[in-house]
Structure formats: C-alpha cells, structure tokens
Design a protein around this ligand. Sequence first.
Ligand SMILES: NCc1[nH]cc(CCC(=O)O)c1CC(=O)O
Length: 357
Amino acid sequence: MNELKLPSMNASVLSSDALQKVAAEAVRRSHAASPSGQRKLPLRVGSRASPLALWQTRTFLTRLTRFCPVLRDMGAFQEHQISTEGDRNLTQRLAEIGGKGLFAKEIHEALVAGRIDFAVHSLKDLETNLPPGLVLACTLKREDARDAIILRDRTLKVDPSDPYACLPEGALIGCASVRRQAQMLSRRPDLRFGLLRGNVQTRLDKLQAGACDATLLALAGLRRLGMEDRVDIVLEPDQMLPAAGQGIVGVTVRESDTELRELLSAIEDPEARAVSTAERALLAELDGSCRTPIGGYARIENGVLKLTGMIASEDGTFLIRREIAGAPLEAARMGTELAEELRRDTPAAIFAEMIRA
Ligand SMILES: NCc1[nH]cc(CCC(=O)O)c1CC(=O)O
C-alpha cells in the first residue's frame, strides 16, 4: 500500500525558490539518468477522454510547467487519451459492472507497460490498492468536496436547512452512485432511483430531456467545467458525506521512476495528501467496492485532521457515521481505526450483505 504512505512533507516548508531548485535538479538528474544523457521526451501523460478528465490533465500540466518552466521550453508533454471500461459501459450501474479501478485499468496497463509515463485521475475513481509497481506520486489541492443536486424543475422552492424537502413525493432521481442513493433514501425513503450514466454534460442533457426529476453530481466537476450555475442545491457533508478523494486530482507513476516521482512530489499539496490518505485508508479497510455505500471526508482545522466516515445499506435503512480527530501525520492510521469502528458498529448480517460479492 505504497500510496497510503505519507511522503516527507518538506515541500510544504520550502520556499518557492527552493522548490524551483528541487524541480530543476530532478529534471537535470532525469536527463543524466538515461544512457544518452537525455531523458526520453516528451513525457507521455495518460488521461481519460472526457471533458472533465482532459480539463484536469491540462490543468495539472499547466501547474507543472508553471512550477518548472524548463519543461515548457522542451515541449515536454504528449497527451494520450485512453478509453476505460467505465467510459464504455454506460448501461449498467457502476456497482453492477463491479471490479475496482473501473476508470483506471486500461490507463494503468499502459503505465505499467511503459507506453505512458504518468497518468492524471480523479482520485475518487482510483482504486485504493494500485497495481504493483505503481504509486500515487502527487495529489493536487482539493476543489470543493461537496455533492450538489441539479433539479429539472428549477422553480421548486429550496430550503437549505432541509435540502431534500423540495423534491416531490416519489420523485425519480437519476444517479449511478450507491453512496448518494443510500444517503438520500435514509432521509427520503419515498424517492425512486434510476440510472443516469455518461459524462457530466450527457447527464445534464438527459435530465433536461425529462429522464428524471433531479440528479446529483460532484460540485468539483461542475465547477471545473464551468457549469456551477446549473447547481440548485449544495449539500453539506452532514447532509451528504462525499466519497473518499472527491474533488482531488491525483497522479500515478511507476514506482521505479524516481526522477519523475521527485518532480511530481514537489508540486503536491500536503493537505490534499493528508486528507486523501485518511479517506483512502478508511475505504481500503472497509473493502470499499463500488457496491458499498461508503463515504469518507477529512479536513484539517487548526492543524487537526478530522475524518468522518459513513457506511450504509443500499436502501438507506441502515446508515451510521463516525468521526475521529488527530495529527495529520497519523492520517493512515486514523482511516484504518475509523473503518474498524464503523465495522464494529455495523450488525454482522448487514455488513455481510453490504460486501457480498
Ligand atoms: N465517477 C465520476 C466522477 N469522478 C470524479 C468526478 C467529479 C470530480 C471529482 O470528484 O474530483 C465525477 C463526476 C461526479 O461524481 O459528479
């Protein structure tokens, strides 16, 4: 579980001048490391082809070149768009397609085989156990982690303190996530759920065309795509606990590529690393398949890491939340500990049902 280890947090205390030196040195050494004295360029970056994935990949490359201008001068990047099982299979609930890493498998095969050098992901879609030989080298600053409701009928009156109340009795919610479904059902058992898959724009188009009465999406994705104005209700974490890693972009590389790892870790956001480490440790310990409604959300307040975890049955009749607080350096242990507490407090029969293959 290399990806769950906290890296040294030196980057956070270095000045930006010092960071520039680290980057320049990493690039110089990566050149020296190859037999010809030149690292093979361009660096090949793997990405899904959805507009959101491409936005995230390009923003990441911009961030990297701003930090290390020498890369831009070298025309250093080549984008490889890779289609994944999660992109192709739009007729099934994510939970039914099953398997972990639905949005990353083909990308990671290319990475392991050396056809690409690194890959940019929504951390939420990245399995907690990466394939052998790969590591999570970099986590970028978190965008808003909250979920949002988008209504078909925008004239419905919304009470922010009771965000689900505006939905008509028996309203049909388009949603492919068991986490969102379980949490909504626990407050509104009358709601019905139907599948709404596809990229963000596709889902909004289907909603508008009358496929359902409302849908839920991550605020982060909508904001990145410039569609935040389509949001009707933003759900606070106590109303809808986000998924582990939601709103965070992560980059995977080969474990053996120490130069690239060094470069990427220099632009890492230490806070995003700490919170995602806690959230992903929780998920890993609960065996979070796409089938299990699990939420994990951590934040750092006054230097203290606070992690909230949630586990539920798909129909929302069972749902518990627990919290833990501690030092950010203890993130991984806290995630594991909170998961154990959630499991302990879940009746055995319900837990068995949840993780049934
Ligand atoms: N599974 C799709 C996915 N993966 C990441 C995001 C949003 C961006 C993010 O969470 O970083 C989305 C869309 C959504 O859930 O609305």
